[in-house]
Design a protein around this ligand. Sequence first.
Ligand SMILES: C[S@@+](CC[C@H](N)C(=O)[O-])C[C@H]1O[C@@H](n2cnc3c(N)ncnc32)[C@H](O)[C@@H]1O
Length: 276
Amino acid sequence: MIETQAHTTLSDLLAGKLSKKELKLLPKGWQILGDIIIVSIPPRLEIRKCVIGEALLRFYPRCKAVLMIKRISGPYREPDVEVIAGSGTETTHKENGCRFKLDASKIMFSPGNLDERKRMSKLGKDEVIVDMFAGIGYFSIPMAVHSRPERIIAIEVNPLAYRYLCENVKLNKVEDIISPIHGDCAIKTPVGIADRAIMGNFEASHYLAHGINALKSGGILHYHETTPEKLVFSRPIKRITSAANELGRALKVQRCRKVKKYSPGVWHVVVDAQVF
Ligand SMILES: C[S@@+](CC[C@H](N)C(=O)[O-])C[C@H]1O[C@@H](n2cnc3c(N)ncnc32)[C@H](O)[C@@H]1O
């Protein structure tokens, strides 16, 4: 194995193996999730994916595999990936004092949502929370570890994500706080008990009535969606306001935030609103 020097770049490692043109196309960044590297490779370089993967493994000797990511799609937000070097796709990622176990080939973990996960970790002390799209515990785990709510009801429909959610609850020793529930939040969301409801899914608009109904008077809704640039933040505010009005509830927007750029001209946004 070649030892990498601090000043060595991926391009240095591949000089002689790729043409000058190919070197220019190399990715400038990648995600490290636990001991797995996740990289997106431009289509014109895909025929070189294995040599790039091997170089990345040499770059990070502690990592065990490199996954090439093509897209994230479907209602479960599943990644479409291919192992291009090394082996093994299950890992435990450490972030903000929390541990997240997941299979990186089947479960997404967005680096762009880091600030939002940190923000959530500071909220909810002594409250009852409903996390309607809990995944592997992206928001529930940091909240439970750092803010110690009274209870978090964490609902997840994907059986694999639910399995990791249950494992992560144990790994982080928050069994006394988080109650994982397997199923569709349209059916499983409780009514009238929550101080806070988290709707961390891009299809959340279809479930707004359930999120609002979960809240006690004065409870807070964290509503996520992907919004075209021109409609930031008017569309999400309109959607939550009309959903609340239809249920005869009043609503006060507290805060609007861009979480990350989702695609060209489209933002992932979150709106916090108090519902009465
Ligand atoms: C992937 S997470 C969103 C990402 C997360 N906010 C983060 O910080 O990375 C969304 C989760 O909602 C789940 N989900 C989708 N529809 C659902 C439903 N109707 N009920 C419960 N969970 C659902 C998906 O399976 C997925 O695990």
